[in-house]
Design a protein around this ligand. Structure first.
Ligand SMILES: [Zn+2]
Length: 459
């Protein structure tokens, strides 16, 4: 046993990794933070939290019965089940990671991620760079293995689906609008109105979820907002960013706030020094333990805890550096995109068109006309879904329907557009189309013809 451990030391350059790894082999995981559904005690025992476990099971049940993650979000919201971080609303990725985690069947993959041995590096997904251990029956399971495996199948199928399918059918509403907009009056989530009358011609409608109830609603903004308004508003906002100095100023101030100051840099140096000292100590302790056949792991345990806590402090700075880099890139991409935008007319954006062909009767086809929309459902989608999803953290909608989009902390921007004005513009465009329909109808054409003949007859 001692010989094997010695080989291990030689083959591993990073001794803290060695420390944790040897624990893992003995089935001891140095994890101290809780996982939804479990509380991890000081002795690293995993205890099931029944309330949370019931939610996990519910999620899996809904998912394998064919519900989408968004439908699960709606379900949890309706039942007012708080999310792991205490928020009222569940996040897509949280649910996805719960559905994908082997921890719920009692297993544990050790070293799913690893931290490269260079300063400033963040944990990365382990794709064979360091050994990975799959520990079965590591703790008490919450979910049945059969259900878990079924969920993995669906998750893998959906992964493929998402990459080739840009937009779900209109009735479900735009997926990227779920959990993005909040009511400025009450802070409630703007959620899709599931009344069927709004799923038809002009697309989905959205509304503050606290205003739904007839009795006991806590918000007075009962208005529904057509999804196409949200689409159009965002496109106009991107056009406005193109010309806005204010936006650039806010963006620079935000990035500046993330930048590490000299005080932060010297603290980082100090932490690195302390870690190095503990590493040396760990080396010596491991060496001693090998000679004793690993009977007393208390000291190693303590040193590792110390190193982990120091690394966590360093991690905060690394995260900030990473965030600065990521956000700078992201926001610069946004500006680049905005530079390229070209104004688009209201009519074209909504692909509004006459419902009858020239020469058709305005009366005979009334039924037909009523059933078909001014809006061509097959018209191009001018909403840059990808930009919205990647750039907008959240948005607030005020009582007049003005929208402010949050692109980063303190970088909030929107156009001065009022929903009622938008509706008026929409009606105006509709009236124009009605006139166009009338002028091109068989009735008016016949009348024109008649006038011509009548003119020819006059002496
Ligand atoms: Zn509200």
């Amino acid at each position: 046993m001692a010989a094997l451990a010695e080989d291990e030391i030689i083959s591993l350059s990073n001794n803290i990794t060695w420390g944790i790894k040897s624990f893992a082999k003995r089935g001891i995981i140095t994890r101290t933070t809780d996982i939804y559904g479990y509380r991890i005690t000081e002795n690293r025992e995993w205890n099931i939290v029944e309330e949370e476990a019931a939610v996990v099971r519910l999620m899996y049940r809904l998912y394998v019965s064919g519900k989408s993650i968004y439908e699960i979000i709606e379900h949890l919201n309706k039942k007012k089940i708080p999310s792991p971080n205490g928020n009222e609303y569940w996040d897509y990725n949280t649910i996805r990671s719960i559905l994908a985690s082997e921890k719920y069947i009692g297993d544990y993959i050790f070293q799913k991620t690893y931290t490269p041995d260079t300063v400033g590096s963040k944990p990365r997904v382990n794709r064979g760079q360091v050994p990975q251990y799959y520990i079965e029956e590591h703790h008490e399971p919450i979910v049945d293995k059969g259900i878990y495996e079924k969920a993995q199948e669906i998750l893998n199928q959906n992964k493929r689906k998402i990459t080739c399918e840009a937009r779900k059918d209109g009735t479900a509403g735009r997926e990227s609008y779920y959990q993005k907009f909040y009511c400025s009056e009450c802070g409630g989530l703007i959620s899709r109105n599931s009344s069927s009358s709004y799923d038809s011609k002009e697309g989905s409608a959205w509304r503050c979820r606290n205003s739904y109830k007839i009795v006991g609603s806590t918000c007075n903004i009962k208005r529904m907002i057509l999804e196409q308004y949200l689409d159009y508003n965002f496109v106009l906002t991107l056009e406005a960013i193109k010309k806005s100095h204010e936006f650039r100023k806010m963006m620079e101030a935000y990035l500046e706030s993330l930048d590490l100051k000299s005080r932060d840099l010297s603290h980082m140096n100090l932490l690195e020094e302390q870690i190095e000292n503990l590493n040396q100590e760990l080396y010596r302790a491991v060496d001693t333990q090998i000679q004793k056949d690993g009977q007393d792991t208390n000291q190693i345990n303590q040193i590792i805890s110390g190193i982990i806590s120091l690394r966590q402090q360093l991690q905060v700075y690394w995260d900030r550096m990473e965030k600065l880099k990521r956000d700078r890139n992201r926001l610069e991409k946004l500006l680049k995109y905005c530079e390229k935008t070209k104004p688009i007319s209201f009519k074209e954006f909504h692909h509004m068109r006459p419902r009858i062909k020239p020469g058709d009767s305005i009366y005979a086809t009334t039924n037909n006309a009523r059933n078909s929309s001014y809006i061509d459902p097959a018209g191009a989608d001018y909403f840059p879904e990808d930009v919205f999803r990647k750039q907008v953290i959240s948005g607030t909608i005020d009582s007049d329907g003005r929208i402010k989009y949050k692109f980063a902390e303190g970088v909030e921007f929107g156009v001065d557009m009022i929903y009622e004005e938008y509706k008026k513009t929409f009606e105006k465009e509709k009236a124009k189309i009605q006139l166009e329909e009338l002028l091109n109808s068989s009735e008016v054409m016949e009348m024109k013809e008649l006038c011509k003949t009548a003119n020819g007859l006059t002496p």
